[in-house]
Write a protein that binds this ligand. Structure first.
Ligand SMILES: [Zn+2]
Length: 974
């Protein structure tokens, strides 16, 4: 049925209404509190897919929720064209890359005839920008489109020039020589946005310790130069290619792969000849620390592309070395080399509390390593390095380093060896391999005279920490990653030689890269609304001198200078200038910024850095949401798996609201959600059924509710609970909980209400009124999540106006009704218990008799609830308190037994239920059961009788009445 439902008609209808009534166009309103939501603007180098939908849908849910809470809410959108992503995609199209052509035609559904047009970068940007914008409209995002811009608009470029001149004046732009991630093919720096799969190349530092033989240097790459004292041998890979080369005037033996690496790091390398590693084996080199000779041995585990392909072996402290040595001993046993290998004996140089003389051997056993190819070896290595770094002490055989911690020793070894020229630095891509979008593997390049943003600046870091401390983070536990990133960031290359964007204002051959021109653009949304009016004054402004343009931006965003001067110099009427400045002061700062959690180590942190130093505190960001990703049927979405559904295709196939709920329903904020066909189909059915139910309730309004029954009160109390929970969850953007409460749990409660009220005697005139109340509140609470369906429901109930613009329902303490809640709980439980008994005995009951608990048991029960909620008192104390009562003493053992039992029972009752029962007080169980008699009788298809235990004349042939307890009436089935 739901498949036939025409989602498109529904969506168009409400989207048109929203657009006509301009409800998403936000203007400053004096006295009304604003709420400014932004989401990271998209790159138009491909259509958006369902995975992208999550971040933007969450931002939209947040915007819609705040609008309904009375905030003047602004949610704008723009497009990021800067850098290489669009370029790289065009280049691949131009090169007729079959993979990209297949992706474009097969997955994105772009007609082949269009491909020629898309080879031009700006055409491609325009095409996908339209596509993305259409998708955002079709899914119902409440965006103020008047503020749209791109990062290559002329005035935006002038804005970025101002931003960079500002940074430079603050001393935060440095020019220097630093290692950067680099594409050897493009001959330029690469960052997060330039790599395949969007990974930031991380640069690590290692050391080359120089061993020598007859004037030839064997530079061994290591992270632990202090272990040079424990070296027993060197390793070369017998199957790899090595060369002898002149490096900065010295003769080195290194793997062939190392040559280019060294050149990228500013070393003059001249290859002299290839060398066969086999010629070096069994010969000795001199240890630069101890001057003792150590042999060169074959080690297959050595990766020639890691370091220099030459490795120093410290088997007492390095699991790889020990394992390789053991493997070699096994291999050479019996040969004439055996004695020589046997003479290579590991010896310790670091004392580690709780370890033997061979910590590497201990850890190999601890991690159950089999041989040098075992992946556990890596974990064992990391673990031992960390233990020795934190707790190890240098031993007597390390000379002047003896007694130092490993960390201290490392620092001093590096210092001393640097003085002697026995050590050099080498940079590596720590998370290699990282591939450029062009397909080449990235390397570390030492770039001279390059422009950097100095995130390493101490004062700036302090400001960034201050700013972070004032930001509300969702989920809250992302704080650690933010702190880590702020501390860790150093100078970052901020310009590229290729790509779209704004040239550095003082060195025009460099273009400001994409993660640097996108950190304060949220401020530009204010200006963009005015620019979109295409006034001549703005056209003129684009061409004015840097001094005048900077004066303009400085005034509207920072209040610098004098408005009269700015008016005179720019020719922009004072009235307009005041309006821009006023609107900026009204909407800024951003209240909530949304993106995926992958942007924490880059964009989000840069956003904090730049705001902290450019803007005054009252304009600092207020909130950040970093959401998880979307999986597709349990696996990661990827073009190569072809499991990507472009957003617009998804909307056309499943409908906008089912997609919105589908990307948020299965996990909380920081976790990954799982989208699946089954899920989205079940959501469709649920939403269609909601719309059908409201249509049946219809337009007609009944008069005021007559005195509501206990059942009515129960339903309204549950509805009120749903409002309370949904509001609390929405405030933390725990949308999964919201969906669960208002879509599913409330449905269960409704069906109980309908089942109960279907019986004549309990049917009141209020049934329709109660249902209307429930569905009205429900349509409001659904409005942020499933806005089209919500509008339809709201309208079907005969309401005027738009659900999107009404107030979010308020929690009403007056509707909380613990007595009604507990009364219904009692009946529900009793019905299910009776069912169990009937099932167990297998009989078809003719009569069911219930016995309500006597009042003395209620007294004990309530007293136990009270004492459990105030203080934890022992069973003994409680018992003597009960037996102080004369009536209880008269009952004797019976009262004592029940009191003993009830303490345990109450202790096991969940806190929430205990509180609710305490609030409800003593229930008139007999009365509640009598009122539900007809319902119970219908459900059980049997005659139902109700007595109170020990009531005179009670029918109790089997003596069941004495088992009756509060909330647990005794049951007799005949
Ligand atoms: Zn490249």
């Amino acid at each position: 049925m739901s498949r036939k439902f025409n989602w498109r008609t529904l969506e168009r209808r409400w989207q048109r209404k929203w657009s006509l009534s301009r409800i998403h166009e936000a203007e400053p309103v004096r006295g009304k509190t604003k709420y400014f939501v932004t989401a990271a603007f998209p790159y138009p180098n491909s259509p958006q897919h369902i995975g992208h939908g999550r971040t933007y849908t969450l931002a939209d849910v947040n915007a819609r929720f705040h609008r309904m809470r009375g905030y003047n809410t602004l949610f704008p959108m723009a497009f990021h064209l800067t850098g290489t992503p669009i370029f790289a995609m065009c280049k691949r199209l131009q090169a007729h890359d079959p993979e990209i052509i297949r992706t474009f035609t097969h997955i994105y559904g772009i007609p082949k005839s269009k491909l020629e047009y898309l080879k031009e970068p700006l055409n491609m940007a325009r095409y996908f920008r339209d596509e993305i914008r259409k998708g955002m409209v079709e899914i119902g995002f409440s965006i103020d489109w008047r503020r749209e811009f791109t990062t290559v608009d002329t005035l935006y470029s002038r804005f970025i020039e101002w931003h960079f001149r500002k940074l430079r004046a603050l001393g935060l732009i440095t020019r220097g020589t630093h290692p950067v991630g680099w594409c050897p093919n493009d001959n330029g720096p690469v960052g997060y946005h330039d790599t395949q799969g969007e990974v930031e190349p991380e640069i690590g530092e290692s050391f080359l310790v120089k061993f020598e033989r007859d004037g030839v240097v064997y530079p061994t790459a290591t992270l632990r130069p202090e272990t040079v004292f424990g070296v027993t041998n060197l390793w070369l890979n017998p199957t790899a290619n090595y060369v002898r080369a002149e490096v900065d005037g010295e003769t080195w033996v290194i793997s062939k792969d190392t040559v280019e690496k060294l050149r990228h790091q500013n070393r003059a390398v001249k290859v002299l000849r290839e060398v066969d590693p086999k010629d070096s084996f069994w010969k000795t080199v001199e240890n630069p620390a101890t001057k003792s000779p150590v042999p060169i041995l074959p080690g297959e585990f050595v990766d020639p592309s890691n370091g220099t392909g030459v490795v120093m072996s410290v088997p007492a402290h390095a699991p790889y070395d020990l394992q390789a040595l053991n493997d070699l001993k096994g291999k050479e046993s019996g040969s004439d080399r055996a004695a020589q290998v046997d003479s290579v004996k590991p010896f310790p140089i670091i004392r580690l509390e709780g370890s033997s003389d061979l910590p590497a051997e201990d850890i190999i056993k601890e991690f159950h390593v089999a041989d040098q190819k075992d992946p556990h070896l890596e974990d064992a290595t990391k673990e031992l390095y960390s233990r020795e770094f934190h707790r190890g002490v240098m031993m007597e055989n390390t000379g002047t380093y003896s007694g130092l911690s490993v960390g201290q020793a490392r620092e001093m070894v590096v210092q001393e060896f640097t003085r002697n020229g026995k050590i050099a630095k080498l940079y590596e891509i720590k998370n290699r391999p990282v591939f450029c979008r062009c397909g080449w593997e990235c390397v570390v390049h030492i770039l001279s005279n390059q422009w950097f943003i100095n995130y390493g600046d101490h004062e700036w870091k302090k400001l960034a920490h201050d700013c972070l401390a004032s930001i509300a983070l969702l989920p809250e536990d992302s704080i650690g990653q933010f702190n880590y990133t702020i501390d860790w960031l150093k100078e970052r290359a901020c310009a590229r030689k290729v790509g779209l964007g704004t040239p550095l204002p003082w060195d025009k051959e460099w273009i400001i890269e994409s993660l640097s021109d996108s950190v304060i653009y949220m401020a530009y949304y204010v200006l963009a609304k005015f620019v979109s009016k295409k006034w001549m004054a703005f056209k003129k402004l684009e061409k004015l001198s840097p001094e005048i343009v900077d004066g303009f931006f400085g005034y509207i965003f920072l209040g610098e200078g004098n408005p009269d001067t700015v008016t005179r110099s720019t020719g922009l009427p004072r009235r307009i200038l005041d309006a821009i400045r006023g609107e900026f002061l009204y909407f800024y700062p951003v209240d909530m910024r949304h993106s995926g959690k992958d942007l924490i180590p880059n964009h989000f942190t840069f956003y904090i850095f730049h705001h902290s130093v450019l803007f005054p505190r009252e304009r600092w960001p207020k909130g950040i949401v970093a959401n998880g990703f979307v999986m597709m049927e349990g696996t990661k979405m990827s073009k190569s798996l072809e499991n990507i559904i472009p957003l617009r295709q998804g909307i056309a196939k499943y409908g906008a609201d089912p997609i919105r709920i589908g990307v948020m329903a299965t996990a909380e904020l920081g976790q990954d959600t799982d989208f699946s066909e089954t899920l989205v189909t079940s959501i469709q059915e649920k939403l269609v059924s909601l719309m059908n139910q409201t249509r049946k309730l219809g337009h007609k309004r009944k008069g005021a509710m007559s005195s509501p029954s206990s059942l009515d009160k129960w339903m309204l109390s549950r509805l009120n609970d749903a409002v309370k929970e949904a509001t609390g969850s929405m405030e933390k953007l725990r949308v999964r909980e919201v969906i669960n409460r208002i879509l599913y749990q409330l449905d269960n409660e409704l069906s109980w209400y309908q089942r109960r009220s279907a019986v004549k005697s309990s049917k009141t005139d209020n049934r329709t009124s109660v249902l209307r109340k429930v569905f009205e509140a429900r349509s409001k609470m659904l409005a942020p999540v499933a806005p089209h369906v919500a509008e339809q429901m709201w309208h079907a109930l005969g309401n005027k106006g738009l659900a999107s613009m009404v107030n979010w329902p308020d929690f009403d303490a007056g509707l909380e009704d613990p007595v009604a809640e507990q009364g219904e709980w009692l009946i529900k439980e009793l019905l299910s218990d009776t069912g169990e008994i009937v099932k167990a005995t297998g009989m078809k009951p003719g009569k069911v008799v219930y016995y309500a608990a006597p009042s003395w048991k209620w007294r004990i029960y309530m007293s136990s609830l009270e004492s459990a909620s105030t203080a934890k008192i022992s069973q003994g104390v409680f018992l003597s308190k009960v037996m102080d009562d004369a009536e209880m003493r008269k009952l004797g053992k019976e009262a004592a037994d029940y009191a003993t039992k009830v303490v345990q029972q109450v202790r096991e009752t969940p806190e929430g239920l205990r509180q609710s029962r305490l609030k409800a007080g003593r229930l008139s169980e007999k009365e509640i059961l009598r009122q539900a008699r007809e319902f119970l009788s219908k459900e059980l298809k049997a005659e139902v009788d109700v007595w109170e235990a020990k009531e005179a004349g009670a029918y109790d042939p089997k003596g069941r009445a004495r088992f009756a307890e509060p909330y647990r009436p005794a049951i007799l089935v005949e």
